[in-house]
Design a protein around this ligand. Structure first.
Ligand code: SF4
Length: 482
């Protein structure tokens, strides 16, 4: 547990996230006074001095401070609060976080904002490196991603929208999962009822979407291919009835190989799905067992080859670095296998220990990678992506990521997942249907974002579907943005 005290400001979130970068996966508690036992961090902004102090068992163990002029803006106050903690804890731990002071913010979004203001690339790099202490290699990654995203976003029209459809079922729950994912064994007999409710919501959204131009559809989850062949066809057929799906990116996150059959691959192809994900996470048998997957490496290879043979020419593969027990050697092995399969995109995640996951509960039973090992793993995947002719095109970061690194999407030119970029950059309205799905309303004139949430539980979603529709009827802007 780490305790922290704020003096002269109320930037609790900034203080906590900065501490988390150096001391991840602990409990963080705000207190009014320095505790007599354990570790306490005091963050102070008073009398023109920004400072941070470290106490161990009530005894001062370190201090860092810097003077500041009294007329500075809120953004600069935040930066100084974080800088003081960063310098203090860097001295204490010897760690050098690669993203510097950046927490809870998408680095590419900062760069896009600066480029939009007319700032040069050189300015953007220096801003990240000097003001936010980001390492050069990461600053360059943020710039590359921002430029790739800009290419996609510059085509956005104010009436463009995307559609997300959530299928919240999975065969088993993965160790690290925090998503809305219900085990099929228990929920098998509710799936058809779920689809009935979903179709009702989709019918409402299809009517509403007539005032807009639908640019992409993304079916995610859970694992959408955990639906039976008959159920998957029901879903794809309903979407084809309700929406015009030609000339757009149409993705199904097929996900786990143990749920994918030749017939499902054929159905997706027949209904115009033009981008799928087959997600191994790792190509190491032992790790697959450890994380609760019920498929083998051979299954991944087989499903991938079947998809290719059926004509799927835009396949993404998700990978996770830092899975329990894995070393850089394991990652190299995974990447050799991926290289041989030659997908069109890869999305490289670094493990995040989420509050709602089994991993969080069983935290003490697993050995997680060190920041050093993760750094090496990220370098390995970046080198393989380059070898495969791919470039980074989107990136995001999450709280509680081991080592405070990043998730990066790489692809061959022209195979960018457009929906991914729209979601990350929040420049487009996303209508969302299904349990746990949240509709995002983005006003293209002001960039103001509002959300309309659906209930998470499958039972509640089925029982309260009319209320979910009513929430949208009341909350969605009338008549579009034209
Ligand atoms: S496949 Fe994805 S959604 Fe399903 S349990 Fe695993 S992590 Fe969760």
């Amino acid at each position: 547990m780490i305790q922290y005290i704020l003096q002269g400001h109320e930037l609790q979130n900034d203080v906590q996230t900065m501490i988390q970068v150096f001391y991840p996966n602990l409990h963080y508690i705000r207190r009014e006074e320095i505790a007599p036992s354990g570790m306490s961090v005091v963050s102070c902004m008073e009398k023109g001095i920004a400072s941070a102090m470290l106490y161990r068992n009530g005894q001062k163990a370190g201090v860092w401070s810097v003077p500041f002029p009294l007329d500075i803006e809120e953004k600069e106050i935040k930066r100084l609060v974080k800088l003081a903690i960063y310098e203090l804890l860097q001295k204490d731990t010897g760690l050098r976080p690669q993203w510097g002071l950046l927490t809870g913010v998408r680095p590419a979004k900062i760069v896009s904002g600066l480029l939009a203001e007319g700032k040069s690339e050189k300015y953007c790099l220096e801003y990240l490196m000097k003001d936010y202490l980001v390492l050069e290699q990461k600053a360059r990654l943020a710039l590359t991603v921002a430029k790739a995203e800009e290419k996609i976003l510059q085509g956005n029209q104010s009436h463009d929208i995307s559609l997300y459809i959530g299928i919240p079922f999975c065969p088993t729950r993965c160790l690290y999962c925090s998503f809305t994912a219900y085990p099929l064994a228990q929920y098998q007999n509710r799936v058809d009822e779920y689809l009935d409710a979903l179709f009702k919501e989709l019918a409402f959204l299809a009517e509403y979407a007539k005032g807009f131009s639908l640019k992409s559809i993304y079916i995610g989850g859970g694992t959408p291919t955990s639906l039976s062949e008959v159920q998957l066809e029901r879903l794809l057929k309903k979407i084809a009835e309700l929406f015009e799906t030609r000339e757009m990116e149409y993705t199904v996150e097929a996900g786990r190989p143990d749920t994918i059959t030749k017939e499902k691959l054929r159905l997706m192809q027949a209904y115009g799905v033009n981008r799928i994900s087959i997600n191994p996470q790792t190509m190491n048998e032992e790790t697959l067992k450890r994380i609760g997957r019920k498929h083998s490496v051979a299954d991944i290879r087989r499903v991938f080859q079947e998809a290719r043979a059926l004509g799927h020419d835009n396949i993404n593969m998700d990978l996770i670095l830092g899975l329990p027990g894995e070393t850089p050697w394991d990652v190299s092995h995974t990447m050799e296998e991926i290289l041989a399969l030659a997908p069109d995109n890869i999305t490289v995640h670094t493990l995040a220990v989420k509050r709602a996951s089994r991993l969080k509960e069983e935290f003490d039973q697993h050995t997680l990678s060190t920041a050093k090992a993760l750094e090496e793993m990220l370098e390995i995947t970046a080198a393989y992506a380059k070898k495969m002719g791919m470039k980074p095109y989107y990136m995001y970061r999450q709280k509680n990521m081991v080592g405070n690194f990043e998730n990066v999407g790489y692809c061959h030119p022209g195979k960018e997942g457009v929906y991914n970029v729209q979601i990350m950059e929040e420049k487009q309205m996303v209508l969302a249907a299904g349990a746990g799905a949240s509709t995002k309303i983005v006003d293209p004139l002001t960039d103001k974002i509002d959300r309309i949430f659906n209930v998470k539980s499958v039972e509640d979603y089925i029982a309260r579907i009319d209320e979910m529709i009513q929430r949208k009827r009341a909350g969605l802007p009338k008549g579009g943005w034209k």
